[in-house]
Design a protein around this ligand. Structure first.
Ligand code: NAD
Ligand code: IPM
Ligand code: MN
Length: 472
């Protein structure tokens, strides 16, 4: 009796993950994501499912009986690769498995963060990580994805094809609410609050559906007076994402526009190999998958980028409450990108497995020292005052008082060098110093500009292994 109680307790502490690698590169990138989660010491127990093209071709089963019920009842989250195989031209298995999970498990919020880890990954000129940190909240159960409609007089010159676009008030309202709530409760990576929800539609041409989205958006906005609202037609949004993505914060849109603009957003982050996503239903078993597909032409060659899948695993761990493990994984991927320990699509020379192993090794054995730089005088950052810089052997503490009056101590450990530091009382424009929630994900003193560009002598450059922030 006692023993079974202990077992129950330990089962609850460990999160059960259903892993469905699927087809093509899904079968290569997902094992890397699992390896990295294990290296991070995440309390997960993974069970593999063989759903996908091979299984379908072998026994015509896409989703076994009770498949979705099993996922919903027996698992805390689902990690998916991708579905799509040239041997199944109808794509029926992808429709039944992937769209089936989204619709039948009612995973109505597809959350797709667009974050630039390193400036070198962005094809746009002059865009830095702080410039690109927005989230697309895609409606995930309606729109054209219900595949309602039909074909009339097929094969004749009078053929008619009708594809319906379903937009229900319930469906639109819950995704718009989700976007506002996401905006209110999720900060940017630099610690600054999110402020604006942009609704994207095509209401100038699709007036019936667009009209509903417009009305609901305005109604829900009334409940969130502190959040700015904005609207763009999807064509103009696509142009602006490429011209200047800096103003975007939270974007809410329908299923198909969300699909399209998140591939565009992936392009801004370094390509499809870098983009992560979650298919969420608050309080229920949710599903996580990289944004990319099965990429048949590159499948089986050990060249697919595993980072989108690895970052997806981090997103899943954070969702399950394992925030520390998630941050460790994200930091290791960032380091891999900076050190070019990557696959060829983002400039490295490693294979899928080797890039995954590099990240797993970093996660397991600790990150290399990172440079923290502080320069004075960059108006892009929140202002704060450095009160004191103290060094004790391999530890440096920087005391800061932010513009809000809050005071913080940033403690760098494993310090290898302090090139120069600010005299007491000098003004430092530091990102994130006013942040109250601890631990911070990232703390930058600097905007990565070179000292001679800005700041001159008043720079603070610290090489350290890690840092922590506490309220003074
Ligand atoms: P895709 O995302 O598979 O590939 C698009 C392009 O991006 C290709 O050039 C591919 O080589 C590249 N790419 C994608 N992921 C990459 C990675 N991790 N590393 C390096 N390069 C990467 O999209 P597609 O070609 O339009 O579709 C292929 C198949 O995947 C289709 O059957 C499609 O329906 C399916 N698909 C499935 C999902 C999913 O299951 N979530 C998503 C998108 C597409
Ligand atoms: C995605 C994919 C899917 C979609 C396909 C495979 C049906 O492109 O997850 O982005 O359109 O949602
Ligand atoms: Mn897509």
């Amino acid at each position: 009796m006692v023993q079974s109680c202990a077992n129950v307790a330990s089962v609850r502490a460990t999160k059960r993950i259903a892993v469905i690698p699927g087809d093509g590169i899904g079968k290569e990138v997902i094992p890397q994501a699992v390896k990295v989660m294990e290296a991070a010491g995440a309390a997960v127990e993974c069970t593999s499912f063989d759903w996908g093209a091979d299984r379908y071709l072998a026994d015509k089963v896409t989703v076994p009986p009770d498949g979705f019920t099993t996922l919903a009842w027996d698992y805390d989250a689902i990690l998916v690769g991708a579905f799509g195989d040239p041997r199944v031209p109808s794509n029926v298995h992808a429709k039944e498995i992937l769209l089936g999970m989204r619709c039948q498990m009612d995973l109505y919020a597809n959350v797709r963060p667009a974050r630039l880890l390193d400036a070198s990954l962005c094809p746009l000129k002059g865009i830095e990580p702080k410039d690109l940190d927005f989230v697309v909240i895609r409606e995930n159960t309606e729109g054209v994805y219900g595949d309602l409609g039909g074909v009339f007089k097929q094969g004749t010159p009078d053929e008619v094809a009708i594809q319906e676009d379903i937009n229900t008030r319930k469906g639109v309202e819950r995704i718009v609410r989700y976007a506002f709530e996401y905006c209110a409760s999720n900060k940017k990576l630099d610690g600054s609050p999110r402020r604006r929800v942009l609704m994207c539609d095509k209401s100038n041409a699709m007036t019936h559906a667009g009209g509903l989205w417009q009305r609901v958006f305005k109604e829900v906005a009334v409940d969130h007076p502190h959040i700015e609202t904005q609207h763009m037609y999807v064509d103009a949004l696509a142009m602006q994402m490429v011209r200047d993505p800096r103003g975007f914060d939270v974007i809410v849109t329908n299923n198909m526009f969300g699909d399209i603009i998140t591939d565009l957003a992936a392009g801004l982050q370094g390509g499809l190999g870098m983009a992560a996503s979650g298919n969420l239903r608050p309080g229920k078993t949710s599903m996580f998958e990289p944004v990319h597909g099965s990429a048949p032409p590159i499948a089986g060659k050990n060249i697919a980028n595993p980072f989108g899948a690895i970052l997806t695993a981090a997103l899943m761990l954070a969702h399950l409450g394992m925030v520390g493990e998630a941050h460790k994984i994200e930091a290791a991927v960032l380091e891999a990108v900076r050190e070019k320990k990557t696959t060829a699509d983002i400039g490295g020379t490693l294979g899928t497995r080797e890039a995954g192993e590099w990240v797993a090794d970093r996660v397991a054995n600790g990150l290399k020292p990172r440079k923290f730089k502080a320069y004075v005088g960059d108006p892009d950052f929140h202002d704060g005052v450095i009160e004191r810089v103290r060094q004790q052997a391999t530890e440096v503490s920087v005391e800061i008082s932010g513009y809000s009056g809050a005071r913080y101590i940033v403690r760098f450990t494993g310090v290898e060098s302090v090139i120069s530091h600010n005299p007491e009382g000098m003004v430092l424009y530091a990102m994130g110093e006013a942040e109250a929630e601890l631990p911070l994900r990232h703390f930058y003193f600097a905007n990565w500009r070179e000292p001679d560009e800005d700041g001159g002598d008043s720079k603070l450059v610290i090489d350290a292994r890690a840092f922590s922030v506490e309220k003074a």
